[in-house]
Design a protein around this ligand. Structure first.
Ligand code: HQG
Length: 181
């Protein structure tokens, strides 16, 4: 499969497994899981016909491991990034001492005031490395990297979770734990 087709399929999967399942008439089950067969036929009804092998290829080669099958291979979900209500059932996990968040200049006044908020998503997304944070920020312009004192937050009782693809998730990051790199 060529890269363009992969990206097109990946974007459709993100759309329906994170944000708009109802647009193709599916419902996310507990944990955000959807039967693979149901997803494939719903996509086919809405103009995107792909085989199970196509889907396997997209899931296996997704640069960010955005999607996962369950142990039986019959269910699929997005690993993170949802805007629809879904409980991913991820355990609270001790974070590394420092995490990073990539953003852009224009959000800084609001972030200095309110801290990091989930905005349209369920969680604030934090990166374990500066490089990843830079890539996340660069989606919106010239990236600005914020350093998150995760050790201090954890000591103060804030909870962290980590998605299957290594994105650290928090409910919020108050401004006092943020420093600009
Ligand atoms: C900003 C992609 C104003 C925040 C990426 C960000 C990531 C505030 C934007 C994943 C704010 C939200 C997530 C506040 C935060 N006031 N702006 N108080 N608090 N912001 O897309 O972290 O390709 O929801 O800095 O690679 O950019 O989808 O979050 O700029 O992993 O798999 O509000 O999305 O992954 O934007 O990106 P987003 P994000 P995927």
């Amino acid at each position: 499969m060529n890269e363009t087709k992969k990206v097109r399929i990946s974007k459709r999967l993100s759309l329906h497994l994170r944000h708009a399942p109802d647009q193709i008439g599916i419902t996310l089950g507990p944990g955000g899981w959807v039967p693979v067969e149901e997803l494939l036929s719903a996509l086919a009804r809405h103009g995107l016909t792909l085989t199970r092998a196509d889907l396997d290829e997209v899931v296996a080669t997704s640069d960010k491991k955005r999607f996962a099958f369950d142990d039986t291979g019959t269910l699929i979900r997005a690993n993170q990034g949802h805007s629809v209500e879904v409980d991913l059932d991820l355990p609270v996990t001790a974070p590394p001492a420092v995490l990073y968040h990539g953003t852009v200049d224009r959000f800084l006044p609001a972030i200095e005031q309110d801290g990091l908020k989930p905005m349209q998503r369920h969680h604030v997304h934090l990166s374990p490395t500066v490089d990843t944070a830079r890539a996340v920020g660069a989606r919106r312009g010239k990236p600005v990297i914020l350093r998150v004192d995760a050790a201090a937050m954890a000591a103060a009782g804030f909870e962290f979770r980590v998605s299957a693809n290594g994105v650290w998730l928090a409910d919020t990051v108050p401004p006092t734990y943020l420093t600009r790199l």
